[in-house]
Design a protein around this ligand. Structure first.
Ligand code: CTP
Length: 414
């Protein structure tokens, strides 16, 4: 996977000869998977054409603060919100001064005032302009306000002088952006951990066209997969048939039957740290799967000669229990969907299936399956927490935080 996949980077360009390097910088970001947009000051357009940047990034270049056409497509506030990171390269002495004084007299300075996105700047100017106390003070002010400065480097300058003032090279700037996102990922609580999740229903074949299944939509499991990924985990999702797309950056294995889900999950459990069983696995499957479609036997009047059909069912393996017993060091979390005695039944499952935690929810009476909201009780060996009814995506984020906390304190004790 590319280092900057799905990252949105806004490059700000101000007037300086180093602007020619920014084209290379934009290319390097795109090569690493980033989506790039460019905002140029008027002076910048004297050094490099917007068309060059537009062609390289595949996006229109933004430069006018009051351009109705541009505002209709993506206004300055949207642009300010859009970016995951802003890099201004080159940042001229004049732009640095305007930013330090909170000006909003062109698009780039306005965006910088209107954003909560981290702003990085790569100054580039003549060495005397750089060492001037005014510039140094402005840079200090910007650093204190949370801007991150990179460079300038020492060396021969376009003006013929030698000293500090050269903009960092395009590749150096790209490496900085990659490192920023790597650090961000590495500081996440589940970085380096693998979370294995089962989700959705299973289908137990009766014959080539019929099966036994249930109403599980997979929404809760998929929301948990997304939440675990956002906490930095590598996520393996073993899913039965659902109408959902695989969440971003989550590895999904699609299966049909409980037996396929069992084999795939046992396989992946070996390299997992946390296992969360959200799947509604069929407890039984037909003892024999007919090779051909089962036919009715009708007489000449179209009356079924066998009005009753008995299906022999056999017990499926319990995936959660098998995984938790085979991998005692894995932090195992089960779900208990109950219609009565919620806490008591869930606690019994916690013991019986040898789990670290169980998430109990009431089903039936319009609750649970195939709904967008849910309410859960989280139970572990020496604690319990109730999360109120809310959207499954929000619930999943809260639940993953609790799982991460319990997992971290259990690994400390091991
Ligand atoms: N589970 C599993 N494999 C099975 C059945 C269940 O992994 N064959 C998991 C579910 O994903 C869930 C938990 O076990 O995390 C609880 O499943 P549930 O069906 O509610 O519990 P059972 O033990 O089957 O008990 P009962 O059906 O009697 O409620």
């Amino acid at each position: 996977m590319s280092a900057l996949n799905n990252k949105r980077i806004l490059i700000g360009i101000s007037g300086g000869i180093a602007a020619y390097k920014t084209a290379e910088f934009a290319r390097a970001l795109i090569k690493n998977g980033a989506e790039v947009r460019v905002c140029m000051t008027k002076a910048a357009t004297e050094f490099i054409t917007p068309l060059t940047l537009q062609a390289l990034t595949g996006n229109p270049v933004h430069s006018e603060l009051l351009d109705p056409a541009a505002e209709a497509a993506m206004g300055h506030i949207e642009l300010a919100r859009w970016a995951d990171l802003i890099m201004i390269a080159p940042a001229s002495a004049d732009l640095i001064a305007r930013l330090a004084n909170g000006h909003a007299n062109d698009l780039l300075s306005t965006i910088c005032l209107a954003t909560e996105t981290p702003i990085h700047i790569a100054p580039a100017m003549n060495r005397l302009m750089w060492s001037n106390a005014a510039t140094q003070n402005n840079c200090k002010t910007l650093s204190q306000r949370g801007y991150t400065l990179h460079g300038p480097a020492e060396g021969e300058q376009a003006c013929g002088e030698t000293g500090a003032g050269r903009m960092l090279e395009a590749q150096e700037l790209a490496d900085i952006v990659i490192a920023v996102f790597n650090d961000e990922v590495q500081s996440k609580p589940l970085f380096g951990k693998t979370v294995l999740i089962t989700a959705g229903p299973t289908r137990e074949a009766i014959d080539p066209v019929r099966y036994i299944s249930n109403r599980s939509s997979g929404k809760m499991g998929y929301a948990i997969a997304e939440a675990a990924q956002s906490l930095g985990a590598d996520v393996q999702l073993v899913s039965g048939p659902v109408a959902l797309e695989a969440p971003n950056k989550v590895t999904r294995s699609l299966v049909e039957s409980a037996s396929q889900m069992h084999d795939k999950t046992m396989n992946l459990a070996e390299s997992a740290d946390i296992f969360i069983a959200t799947a509604a696995v069929a407890d039984y499957s037909p003892a024999n799967i007919a090779d051909q479609k089962i036919k009715k036997e009708v007489d000449a009047e179209n009356v079924n000669k066998n009005p009753e059909l008995t299906l022999a069912l056999q017990t499926n393996k319990d995936i959660l229990s098998d995984v938790s017993h085979a991998f005692p060091n894995l932090f195992s979390v089960g779900f208990a969907a109950e219609t009565e005695n919620l806490i008591k039944n869930a606690q019994a499952k916690l013991q019986r299936k040898k789990l670290d935690m169980i998430v109990a929810n009431q089903v039936g009476e319009n609750k649970g399956f195939d709904k967008d909201t849910n309410q859960i009780e989280i139970i572990w060996h020496d604690g319990q927490l109730s999360l109120p009814e809310q959207d499954k995506k929000l619930l999943a984020i809260e639940l993953m935080k609790v799982i991460t906390e319990r997992f971290s304190s259990s690994t400390l004790q091991r």
